[in-house]
Design a binder for this molecule. Sequence first.
Ligand code: PAF
Length: 288
Amino acid sequence: MKNFENKAQLSTYISSLKDNGTSIGFVPTMGALHHGHLALVNQGLGENDIVVVSIFVNPTQFDNKEDLVKYPRTLDADMALLKTISHDRIIVYAPTDKDIYGDNIQSQSFTFDGLEHEMEGAFRPGHFDGVGTIIKRLFEIVTPDTAYFGEKDFQQLQIIRKLVELHHLPVKIVGCPIHRADDGLAMSSRNARLTPKHREAAPVIYKTLQTAKEKFGTKSATKVTEWVIEQFKNEPLLELEYFLIADVKTLKPVKRKSSDSYREKKAYRAFIAVYAGDIRLIDNIALN
Ligand code: PAF
């Protein structure tokens, strides 16, 4: 499996592939790979000749320094896992901070038609500037035909779609379904840092989303939100940061369904962020 640390060498190699008509899929990651990532890579391999997987813990998207320091870094295990899928059709790009940022580890500032102010944007200041900066840079280096992102970070996915639209980037964005453990917990690199008792408590997050979805059939978003807040009062190991129901296009919270959401083609999702000890977990579910 080819592994690059240097962007110039990677770009030269990719342009030689593209000259021969090779199609390039791209899965950007921060490493600590799990089955959710592998599903993205597999989808990419099904639709492209080659898949580039970047493994880079991007410092500019962390609003919390401690989270950045403690973020799992498991490059050897990640490479071994990727090799179980393909030896010759995956290229890994695992750069240093310097290769990406030079001597200036700073994000650019972006606007994404207001999507950046909701949810994660409100609770993690600067996060989406960091995501926009790294994704734009990686797209310039990798020049993929198609890039794959998980729906677990649904707001990130919508923001990257907006980045591509606003900056006219020549890449197709594909969103892929959330992968879950057998007990429903959404797969995340952060799960590895949960203590056993927090790991045991965490499936309540998805169970609550499922019941919220059922309740949204007959109740307003406001009522469903009140119900969710009450549920988490009974969970001593989990602290609810936010729960809300939002329009999938604007990501703006709604109080109730539009009376004619079918004709207006409105789709809603419920979004949740919860602290399990000092680990922050997010999840979401489509409601219609
Ligand atoms: O979702 C992630 O792992 C990161 O936000 C991403 C897209 C790789 C950018 O650093």
